[in-house]
Design a protein around this ligand. Structure first.
Ligand code: TXA
Ligand code: MG
Length: 358
């Protein structure tokens, strides 16, 4: 079923959002409608987490399979106890340290919460975002809000209101435009229902930070899975590699930088000679190498500025998709800090394939 609705857009200040706009958006949520709103990670497609129909509409609007559960957003730690049960002490410590912020915890679901939030599983993923617009909206509605990233299934997450409209225009009642997301990569998802906490998706809170509070934290070895049917129970359904795939084929190169760059230039030249359209996601220091090759270049920022690369990555993938390139070439970056998260998103966009050079 495809509900076609008129999509209103309200522009709000990212730091001090206009109260009337926030109240209008809250009213839509309370009435069971859908609102896309900015968070510090990516835009979310929100609906009341207490309303089974609103939750179903989120899946439909995103064209998301019903097997991929949603994150519930809250504005205060008190709300947590109304959503989840048997909350371990370690989860409280994480909440105290990282909320509001880009951390999502998987906990045991309270029985009264709609099962379709978590595709029937007995768990629930919860996060308290720190973006002022998201927090203002959550407070005004005073509802737990189910919100996946506001992109259609298999598209890169939306980091601006324009991306949201591209994917969800006509399928959401209201978009709050609060400018570009500041992190640009989704939250870290950690499963707190096991004896040992397991990171299901690297994200805005990096492993090094988590290890300070959870020295035994594991990272799900299967968070990269090529085949849905091979999925192990610990793997978040959203860990499917297809999740982030751009339309073009993304080629992720790794190895010693000098040989990698030679291989990338060679590859670009070969494709161009064969009348293929090529895009390069270039590190600032390396962009010059590609300028005379007849390829589209988008600069991601400086090699070691992971925050900048994270902010622009999804938008860059969308921009190259919009230009209709056949191939996107990218040089892998260091895995420390946010680099792990960026690497993960690139790897998924490349459907798990790394071109190892040298
Ligand atoms: O930063 C974010 O997390 C953004 C903003 C809007 O908050 N949201 C987001 O949602 O990225 P989504 O739905 O695109 O990704 C949620 C991830 C998926 O990988 C999903 O499988 C996992 O969280 N997840 C949700 N509920 C889960 C559960 N009960 N158990 C295991 N994984 C779960
Ligand atoms: Mg998503």
């Amino acid at each position: 079923m495809d509900n076609i609705v008129e999509t209103r857009v309200l522009t709000v200040d990212s730091q001090q959002p206009d109260l009337a706009a926030i109240q209008a958006a809250a009213a839509v949520l309370i009435a069971g409608g859908l609102v896309a709103f900015p968070t510090e990670t990516v835009y979310g497609l929100g609906g009341s987490a207490l309303n089974t129909q609103a939750i179903n509409r989120i899946y439909q609007a995103k064209r998301r399979p019903y097997s991929d559960p949603l994150i519930v957003h809250i504005h205060s730690a008190d709300q947590l106890d109304t959503l989840a049960v048997a909350i371990p002490a370690a989860a409280r410590r994480l909440a105290a340290a990282f909320w509001p912020g880009p951390l999502t915890m998987v906990l045991r679901r309270a029985a009264h919460m709609p099962a379709n939030i978590a595709t029937g599983m007995n768990t629930i993923a919860v996060r308290m975002p720190r973006h002022p617009v998201a927090l203002a909206l959550l407070r005004a509605a005073d509802l737990p809000v189910a919100a996946p990233s506001a992109n259609t299934f298999t598209r890169p997450s939306a980091t601006t209101a324009a991306h949201v409209l591209e994917d969800l225009g006509g399928r959401v009642e209201l978009v709050l435009d609060g400018g570009a997301a500041t992190i640009g990569l989704e939250s870290t998802v950690i499963d707190m229902t096991q004896d040992v906490p397991v990171v299901l998706r690297p994200g805005g809170i990096v492993l090094e930070e988590l290890r300070v509070l959870l020295p035994d934290v594991q990272i799900s070895p299967q968070y990269i899975e090529t085949h849905a049917h091979e999925r192990k129970p610990l793997v978040s359904p959203g860990m499917l590699i297809k999740h982030y795939a751009p339309r073009a084929r993304l080629m992720l190169f790794d190895g010693p930088p000098d040989v990698v760059l030679v291989a990338m230039v060679d590859t670009a030249q070969r494709f161009v000679a064969n009348a293929k359209r090529v895009g390069v996601l270039a590190l600032e220091e390396e962009a010059e190498l590609f300028t005379d090759l007849g390829v589209r270049i988008i600069s991601l920022g400086s090699r070691n500025d992971h925050a900048q690369i994270g902010r622009v990555l999804f938008g860059a993938l969308r921009a190259l998709d919009a230009q209709g390139v056949d191939y996107i070439l990218v040089h892998g970056i260091g895995r420390e800090g946010l680099g792990e998260t960026i690497w993960d998103r690139l790897l998924r966009a490349a459907e798990g394939k790394v071109i190892q050079v040298g």
